[in-house]
Design a binder for this molecule. Sequence first.
Ligand code: ADP
Ligand code: TYD
Length: 202
Amino acid sequence: MKPPRFITFEGIDGSGKSTQARRFAHHLRGKGHEVVLTREPGGSPGAEEIRQLVLTGDPDRWSAETEILLFTASRRDHLEKTIEPSLAAGKIVISDRFADSTRIYQGATRGDLRNMVDQLHTLMIKREPDLTFIIDMDPATALERGLARKSGEDRFEDFGLPFQETLRHGFLALAHAHPNRCVLIDGNRTEDQIASEIAAHA
Ligand code: ADP
Ligand code: TYD
């Protein structure tokens, strides 16, 4: 089997994705790989500008449909400018969130817009990761952790706990629907425990 080269981390807000993505990148670099650690929304200059539009301001600032277009636009730029060139240069790419986030956040929380998300993905993005870690954890604890950061980018955290519960179930269903690329990780443990389980996948 070829080693995974495009790897993503997914899960609800505050579940520990960024922490584990960073640690996994460090682990792979220690094994001699060149690793690009990136994130969504963002990961390229243009996509980082779109990030500001979608993550700040009033929770009702955008309709779900407009959000799908903005996230897809930012992903397309990220793919063109960062992901594809890095993979072509032989590097491993680790992204903190990717298309699964749109499938769940925009596709499954405000009506059933999943079909629209999937159609846009097919048209504009096409690519799937080789390996996706879905960090599952208790939404109340995750929300506390996320809001404690006071990042100023809390538009989605501001939708509240029931929203995070819906997201959690969406991610669990996604992990079950794509067992070939998704690995479900129990996030209700220490950082070290989680990191060593993830490290065993490379
Ligand atoms: P995400 O990227 O999923 O929002 P982060 O990695 O930024 O999550 O983690 C959110 C907060 O929780 C951070 O302050 C981080 O230090 C802390 N954290 C991450 N993993 C754990 C863990 N396993 N146990 C306790 N706190 C954690
Ligand atoms: P992120 O910075 O990873 O937030 P957190 O650290 O709280 O998990 O992601 C920003 C927010 O954007 C997060 O609340 C999820 C949301 N998001 C979407 O709604 N759709 C998407 O396609 C992506 C990539 C993110």
